[in-house]
Design a protein around this ligand. Structure first.
Ligand code: MF3
Ligand code: CO
Length: 247
């Protein structure tokens, strides 16, 4: 069952989403060469609590940190630790914020310092692919239109689309129905006003293939090339969508 949120639920999710956005700004402010991924985690953790919210990811299915920090060939679910950020690193920050039982989920990828044109394009095109996907959203559209848009855009730009992880509904749990893949599927289900979904393309500079690190969380590219990841939680409306994890 795909839930339709009430006015009240939407207000709570807007707040969770806004704090999520502000947490991203706070982390980005400190994202510099030499900082450890654990330090970034702790900055986010404190900021979320200070705003009377909770980090959604902490202890989620046993996940041991408050945010995910995935560097270079790490695609998603990188566990913060002693790793220090270096010049040219591609850093994906993924944050979940809960307010009064309602969640928000959002990710951004940054290049720290200077990287190659190729890597800059990877990050920029992954950001664009998120907005391509979102442009398919309105009441009455197919959920699968989102993935088709993202996949077409990625193919045009020669980027690999990760298939092992997908976007999802968001509400009283970070992951709810429906799955929102970043590629074409035969799913004929329709988006309706009041649904809330997270769209989150993960695009690779090389092939789409991935593997799981020994920590049982971190997903990496098989060929060792960098990957980027952007995510917004959005509300489906009659004519389009509203980004909940924004300003
Ligand atoms: N944004 C991530 C996702 O949808 C959430 C990860 S939750 C974690 O996959 F706990 F697994 F990190
Ligand atoms: Co997500």
């Amino acid at each position: 069952m795909i839930s339709i949120k009430s006015e009240r639920e939407i207000e709570l999710m807007k707040h969770a989403g806004h704090i999520n956005y502000l947490t991203h700004l706070e982390v980005a402010k400190h994202l510099k060469v030499g900082i450890t991924t654990k330090e970034l985690n702790d900055i986010a953790h404190k900021f979320i609590l200070k705003n009377d919210c909770q980090p959604s990811f902490l202890n989620y299915e046993g996940y041991p940190a408050s945010i995910c920090v995935s560097v270079n060939d790490e695609i998603v679910h990188g566990i913060p630790g002693k790793r220090k950020i270096k010049n040219g690193d591609v850093v994906s920050i993924d944050i979940g914020v809960q307010y009064k039982g309602y969640h928000s989920d959002s990710a951004n990828t940054y290049i720290v310092g200077k990287a190659s044109k190729e890597v800059e394009d990877l990050v920029e095109n992954t950001r664009k692919s998120l907005y391509e996907g979102l442009s398919a959203i309105k009441s009455g559209a197919k959920i699968s239109d989102i993935g088709s848009k993202i996949e077409n855009f990625a193919q045009k730009n020669n980027l690999g689309v990760v298939r092992e992880l997908v976007g999802h509904g968001v509400g009283t749990s970070v992951h709810e129905e429906p799955d929102v893949p970043n590629y074409y599927t035969k799913d004929t289900r329709i988006l309706k006003e009041g649904m809330v979904i997270a769209v989150e393309p993960m695009l690779n500079l090389g092939t789409r293939h991935v593997y799981m690190e020994d920590d049982d969380w971190t997903i990496k590219t098989e060929d060792g090339l960098p990957s980027a990841h952007f995510e917004h939680t959005v509300l489906v409306t009659k004519d389009g969508y509203v980004i909940l994890t924004g300003e």
